[in-house]
Ligand binder design. Structure first.
Ligand SMILES: [Zn+2]
Ligand SMILES: [Zn+2]
Length: 356
């Protein structure tokens, strides 16, 4: 490899790193700005006016940040193509040029404008689409901070994580538009810890892994149950059914209720079957292979869905202690799988319980 080529590669890497650092710094600023915006909004007395007309787009500064490298690599590409043809360098500089060109277009052209109920979306290539808030069936907020907006199964547009879409997010909440997790039958006590995986989750089935709010995925497990053939089964406490599982984060020590047959699922939640068990009666669960007590946990839940719950409990017919949003609590089946983090021993159906 010639020293000239090495220098070129060095230049690409340095430019990309510098751009990424600048971008990262600005993203941090935007995050802080979002917080300020939230506080201002909470104090503002004229919230409706703020949410009536607004435009969401990338910060102008991104346009300039992307424009520099775009011009640099574009010039390099032209120079090489016209004066010193060399396939490898041409290809690389073209790839970088296209990458930054997309950045320029994304920062300069992409935008979402809201006027009352109407949403105008212009993509990075200038193509305009018009929607109404009624068209939105649900939104999906990603862990990165990006927000994807859907109509049925069709994705309408995505707010990247570096875009301040606070007003839009606020309208989604005010209009009662569902967030993706709310479509899944995840009971409230698991909402923040059960992270759906795979594509097959729906209103009637969810499968996910348990993750602490500190991002740790390893837990000590505590359980109250009868043990039969090495697995926890429904036991008895003070003359009633009892089966309780809790998880304690191995990093931060936070404890989460995972399943209590007297509270969760149709029989517990709707029929009030079973007895609750005081926390000190729960016992640590040790791996049957290696004797250690640190696990990753998977949960899948089967539900009959929102409408079935509404009909079965007669919410629309008159007095009942339940409301529509309670449907997630009245699931039909729960399966809890444990994977030992030391030896990898896996019990896919450690608990496999029909709750209806
Ligand atoms: Zn934790
Ligand atoms: Zn083990």
């Amino acid at each position: 490899m010639t020293s000239e080529r090495l220098f070129q590669i060095f230049l690409w890497i340095v430019t990309s790193i510098i751009t990424a650092i600048i971008e990262g710094k600005i993203k941090g600023k935007i995050r802080r700005k979002k917080e300020i915006r939230k506080k201002e909004f909470e104090q503002d007395k004229n919230k409706e006016r703020l949410l009536k007309n607004y435009t969401i787009q990338n910060q102008r500064i991104f346009f300039w940040i992307m424009l520099g490298p775009f011009l640099l690599f574009g010039t390099l590409f032209l120079y090489i193509a016209l004066i010193e043809p060399d396939a490898f360098t041409e290809f690389c500089s073209l790839a970088f040029t296209m990458f930054f060109l997309f950045g320029v277009l994304n920062a300069g052209v992409w935008k979402v404008t809201v006027e009352g109920e109407n949403i105008m979306f212009r993509n990075s290539f200038g193509i305009i689409k018009r929607y109404r808030f009624d068209d939105i069936t649900y939104v999906d907020k990603k862990r990165s901070g990006a927000l994807k907006v859907y109509s049925g199964n069709k994705k309408l547009f995505t707010f990247d994580e570096n875009i301040d879409y606070f007003y839009f997010d606020m309208q989604i909440s005010l209009k009662g538009i569902l967030r993706k997790n709310e479509i899944y039958p995840i009971p409230k006590h698991l909402k923040d810890v059960l992270d759906p995986v795979g594509e097959e989750s729906s209103e009637k089935y969810v499968n996910g892994i348990v993750r602490c709010s500190c991002a740790c995925e390893c837990f000590h497990i505590k359980v109250y149950a009868d043990i039969a053939e090495g697995f926890p089964q429904i036991g008895e406490y003070k003359g009633g059914y009892a089966l309780v599982v809790a998880a304690v984060c191995t990093d931060c020590g936070k404890e989460y209720p995972i399943f209590d047959i007297s509270k969760h699922g149709w029989n517990g939640f709707v029929c009030h079957d079973g007895t609750s068990v005081p926390d000190h009666k729960l016992k640590s669960w040790y791996c049957p292979k290696c004797g250690k007590d640190i696990y990753k946990m998977k949960i899948s839940i089967i539900s009959r869905g929102r409408q079935d719950f509404i009909e079965a409990t007669g919410i629309n017919d008159g007095e009942t202690e339940f409301c529509e949003d309670d449907w997630v609590e009245a699931f039909e089946w729960i399966t809890i799988g444990l994977i030992c983090s030391r030896c990898g021993h896996s019990d896919k159906r450690w608990i496999d319980n029909e709750t209806m």
